[in-house]
Design a protein around this ligand. Structure first.
Ligand code: ZN
Ligand code: FE
Length: 255
């Protein structure tokens, strides 16, 4: 049986995700921008929080951990590499490791770039990937700590997951990301179609996340740096994939 997923808006434009296994009752939250909305949703659904999964150390992803842990007794999972910068961890993880959650296996994927210790959580059976501020809907996180080559390699790891995988990312940045995507590839009809869907969802107060990986591959410029048409669009036909990615990231930073 697939895990239940709840997308929870937090702060001004962050998302936390609840993940619930109906058979065992196991319930996780991925990232904790603030405790209030998470505690309210748990109470509403009468779910007991068992696990707190952290993608990276930024305050807008961990600020509510202490309060949530105190209120629920949930165990905290995060990257061993970032242990000094994360809240106290009960379980420290490295890329390639897996652990059991409910009846499923969760796999840890190293995705450095936005931060050096950034990790993603992949649940193959439920086709869910929690990517924080690495791969985002229509875009990717800024390179605060890592090099473009690192982020490009991280995105390639995520791009290799099955196309039906739902990408659960950390922010509602999709509209702005797609404006950039359209400026880079004005002739890409998938970007125009996705922009209309996202505008409709936002006008109705619905999140634009999660998104399908297959849709990201068709529209997200940061996953398309290796394509001949992208290289041609940037006048970089002889450049490496990572160089094209770096150029896209630099242009987005100025966009
Ligand atoms: Zn961040
Ligand atoms: Fe963030």
């Amino acid at each position: 049986m697939a895990l239940e997923l709840v997308t929870l808006p937090c702060l001004s434009d962050n998302y936390a995700y609840l993940l619930h296994d109906p058979l065992s009752g196991a319930t996780a939250v991925v990232d904790v921008p603030e405790a209030g909305p998470i505690l309210a949703e748990l109470a509403r659904r009468e779910w007991q929080l068992s696990d707190i999964l952290l993608t990276h150390h930024h305050d807008d992803h961990i600020a509510g951990v202490a309060e949530l842990r105190a209120a629920t007794g949930a165990k905290v999972w995060g990257a061993e590499a970032d242990r000094p910068r994360l809240p106290r961890l009960d379980f420290a993880l490295s890329g390639g490791e897996s652990f059991a959650f409910g009846g499923e296996e969760a796999v840890v994927i190293d995705v450095p770039g936005h931060t050096l210790g950034h990790i993603a959580f992949y649940f193959a059976q439920s086709a869910l990937a929690f990517t924080g501020d690495s791969l985002m809907a229509g875009g990717c996180g800024r390179l605060f700590e890592g090099k473009p080559e690192q982020m490009w390699a991280s995105l390639q790891r995520l791009a290799a997951l099955p196309g039906e995988t739902r990408i659960c990312s950390g922010h509602e940045y999709t509209g702005a990301n797609l404006r950039f995507a359209a400026a880079i590839e004005p002739g890409n009809p998938a970007i125009a179609a996705r922009t209309l869907r996202v505008m409709k969802a936002r006008a109705e107060g619905r999140p634009s996340v999660p998104s399908r990986l297959s849709g990201e591959l068709a529209t997200n410029p940061f996953l398309r740096a290796s394509l001949p048409e992208m290289k041609a669009a940037l006048d970089m036909s002889t450049a490496t994939d990572a160089e094209v990615f770096a150029q896209l990231r630099a242009r987005k930073d100025r966009f």
